[in-house]
Every structure is written in C-alpha cells, then in structure tokens.
Design a protein around this ligand. Sequence first.
Ligand SMILES: Nc1nc2c([nH]c(=O)n2[C@H]2C[C@H](O)[C@@H](COP(=O)(O)OP(=O)(O)OP(=O)(O)O)O2)c(=O)[nH]1
Length: 139
Amino acid sequence: MTAAGAAPKLVLVVACALVDADGRVLITQRPEGKALAGLWEFPGGKLEPGERPEQALIRELAEELGIAVEEPCLAPLTFASHAYEAFHLLMPLYVCRRWTGVVQGLEGQATRWVRPERLRDFPMPPADEPLIAHLIDLL
Ligand SMILES: Nc1nc2c([nH]c(=O)n2[C@H]2C[C@H](O)[C@@H](COP(=O)(O)OP(=O)(O)OP(=O)(O)O)O2)c(=O)[nH]1
C-alpha cells in the first residue's frame, strides 16, 4: 500500500515474445547482480527518453540479441500490469516472428527456445506469469 496521495512510480518496459518456425518462444535469463537475477524473462527493457515503445524494443532486441526487427513485424499481444514493491510495472508484450540475424545472448545472458506449454517450468518474474496463458492461446 502507498500512503494516501503518494502514487507509485509507473515504469514502462517493452517486451517481446520472439516466436520461431516451430512455435517456440525465446526467453532469456536475467544476469547475476540485477534485480530478479536468475529469473527467465522476455527480451526487452525500459524506454529511453524520447523513444516510442516500438523503437525501444527494436533497440533492445539489437543490443541484447543482435537481431534486426522491422517495426511492422511487432504485433501487440497483451500487457502486464504488476505492483512491485518499488514501482508499478506496465509492460506491453509484442509478438515477433520475423527478424534478421541469429539470436545470441550478447550481454552474457543465457537464452532458451521454449514451447509455450513449457514456460511454467522456468521461474519468471511475477509480472510475467499471467502472460503465459496468452502465449499458449496464441500458439
Ligand atoms: N525485459 C523484461 N523486463 C521484465 C520482464 N518482467 C519483468 O518484471 N521485468 C522487469 C524487470 C525490470 O524491473 C524491468 C526491466 O528493466 P531492464 O531489464 O531494462 O532494466 P534493469 O532491471 O537492468 O534495470 P536498470 O539497471 O536499467 O535500472 O522490468 C520481462 O519479461 N522482460
């Protein structure tokens, strides 16, 4: 609970479910030393000042994974809205099936391609749990 009048800080993070030709989804493991370290998440991150969400996501996918995505290939699927202790996370989740380049964990993060029904076998941040059902429905 926050004190009356004190609104939690709203943090906008964009994330993407990359889907391969076999219908598997990419998850990446948050590195040691970061918040939520060791948990598996969808690639993405916070917007930089002046960025549109899609631009931020394209930048994050290039920086984290070394792939190039065109904006029309990002389809909105759903979003997460989750109250963490320090902030409230609002996280649109896009789906992308087309990119160029080969996915690599450029920041040393582990990467896994996982069938949507298997996503629950990987510990994910609490904000992500409700997203899994949407991916199972879609794929
Ligand atoms: N990229 C991504 N972030 C997620 C997911 N689920 C989830 O709760 N988050 C949270 C974790 C972080 O608090 C935030 C993403 O921030 P980030 O990865 O860009 O930044 P960070 O934690 O390294 O923090 P910072 O050092 O940049 O401040 O969103 C997810 O599936 N993907």
